[in-house]
Design a protein around this ligand. Structure first.
Ligand code: MTE
Ligand code: MO
Length: 419
């Protein structure tokens, strides 16, 4: 398959999705019209008009020094060697940032969380929503959770470097993930306070960051629906990260935290939440965050949970001295729950040894591990780590191709030179 530009590609996929979806009898005409209006399909059919790009201030506010991050425009991934010697949590100064546009500056005193939609009693409209101030939220019962946030494209570059495939999107290595302690109010608490109806099916949080414009098509604010079951189970409206108020880049004053699910679900700078008695759609569950490709249906498969992955806390590439024992450390995680076992190969996959676990793991966090290695030959080596999660899913040598490069879960070859 040849290289074509991302936006054209995404629009093509979206049209395919729509074709599949339009034949679905469960899709109401109303839902379809909403989708057409919200996701810019009209522009796809009639030809997009370009919108001039605004002048760009630096998209990410916090420092992203080269010893902690690889920076790709408005996205910055953590260098995994920055986790060596750290505790269970990812310190905020090295937590990855993924901004569709740029980090906005929001005044918490003026900020309001607005809820509206048919899924609330009396169906408040977007123009006349139910509102909560920052102080209102702080007064509600509070809860803490340790959970990873991971970009669904984390590991995307390995589709190309290990599998020789062309995919579109940011070429992350393995650093678009971090584990933090999040504190806030349960989304269920706020939904019930707002008058949740029993027949609500979806909620769609929306960010206050600038509209996302691709190739002249304005997709509006970043937003993605969640099924009500997940929303009521363990989702937080978080206002603290690692014991401090949320940093601006991570969603100040309030972000959604959806444990174990695709990072895109955890909407930052949340401003509005639509609650609905019919399925909701946005570009982020139709055009993006779906798996498209030869092994998937034409309309794609929606992404929800993250997959199992492992990373060494080592520079890329790493260097070791021969004839000495080194302690290799790393972490593994899975959207299905805890990690059951981790095996490491220091000979390119011929033999595997079980790594020993360091401490425990949170249900939606990661597992730290280590294994000793005494290299005896100089030259190039490949380190591999493979984890098996609580439901028995083990990392394999290949991930089935999908055009947008999501959910890479194969074993990653970590290049090492022994001197
Ligand atoms: N409003 C808003 N929320 C957002 C995004 C965004 O660009 N805007 N990016 C999403 C994506 S794709 C990811 S992976 C996570 C990243 O969270 P972080 O920047 O705190 O690491 O936020 C999600 N929430
Ligand atoms: Mo993401």
């Amino acid at each position: 398959m040849g290289l074509i530009d991302e936006a054209t590609y995404d629009r093509m996929r979206f049209a395919q999705w729509l074709a599949g979806r339009a034949h679905d009898p469960r899709m109401s005409r109303r839902a379809l019209m909403r989708l057409l209006a919200s996701a810019g399909v009209g522009s796809i059919l009639t030809g997009a008009t370009a919108r001039p790009a605004a002048a760009d201030p630096p998209p990410i506010v916090k420092p992203t020094p080269p010893d902690l991050f690889y920076v790709y425009g408005s996205n910055a991934e953590m260098r995994w060697e920055a986790m060596a010697g750290q505790g269970y949590l990812t310190p905020t100064d090295r937590f990855f940032v993924r901004d569709h546009t740029s980090t906005p500056s929001i005044d918490a005193d003026k900020w309001r969380l607005q809820l509206f939609g048919t899924g609330l009693h009396h169906a408040p409209t977007a123009d006349n929503p139910i509102e909560f101030s920052y102080r209102d939220l702080l007064r509600l019962p509070t809860e803490s959770r340790v959970a990873f946030v991971e970009c669904t494209g984390n590991g995307r570059s390995f589709f190309t470097t290990q599998q020789g495939q062309t995919v579109s999107g940011t070429a992350w290595k393995l650093g678009a993930v971090g584990v933090a302690s999040w504190r806030g109010v349960r989304l269920s608490t706020v939904l019930r306070a707002a008058g949740l109806r029993h027949d609500a099916v979806d909620v769609m949080p929306e960010g206050l960051d600038p509209d996302y414009v691709v190739n002249g098509v304005d997709l509006g604010h970043v937003r993605r629906p969640l099924p009500i079951d997940k929303a009521l189970r363990d989702v937080l409206l978080a206002y603290e990260m690692n014991g401090r108020p949320l940093p601006v880049d991570h969603g100040f004053p309030v972000r959604v935290l959806v444990p174990s699910w695709a990072g895109i679900s955890s909407i930052k700078w949340v401003g509005r939440i639509e609650v609905s008695t019919f399925p909701l759609f946005s570009a982020w569950n139709t055009q993006y965050y779906r798996l498209f490709g030869p092994t998937y249906p034409a309309e794609g498969t929606a992404v929800s949970r993250q997959v199992v992955k492992s990373a060494f806390e080592l520079p890329w590439p790493a260097q070791f001295q021969t004839g000495r024992t080194h302690l290799l450390s790393g972490r593994s995680w899975s959207g299905n729950g805890r990690i059951g076992r981790v095996e490491v190969s220091t000979d390119g996959g011929h033999t595997w040894r079980r790594a020993s676990f360091v401490g425990g793991s949170a249900e939606a966090g990661w597992q730290r591990w280590r294994v000793a290695w005494r290299p005896t030959a100089t030259g190039s080596h490949t380190l591999k780590a493979r984890a098996t999660d609580v439901i028995g899913i083990r990392q394999l040598d290949q991930t089935p191709f999908n055009t947008l490069g999501y959910l890479f879960d194969a074993v990653v070859d970590h290049p090492v030179t022994v001197v």
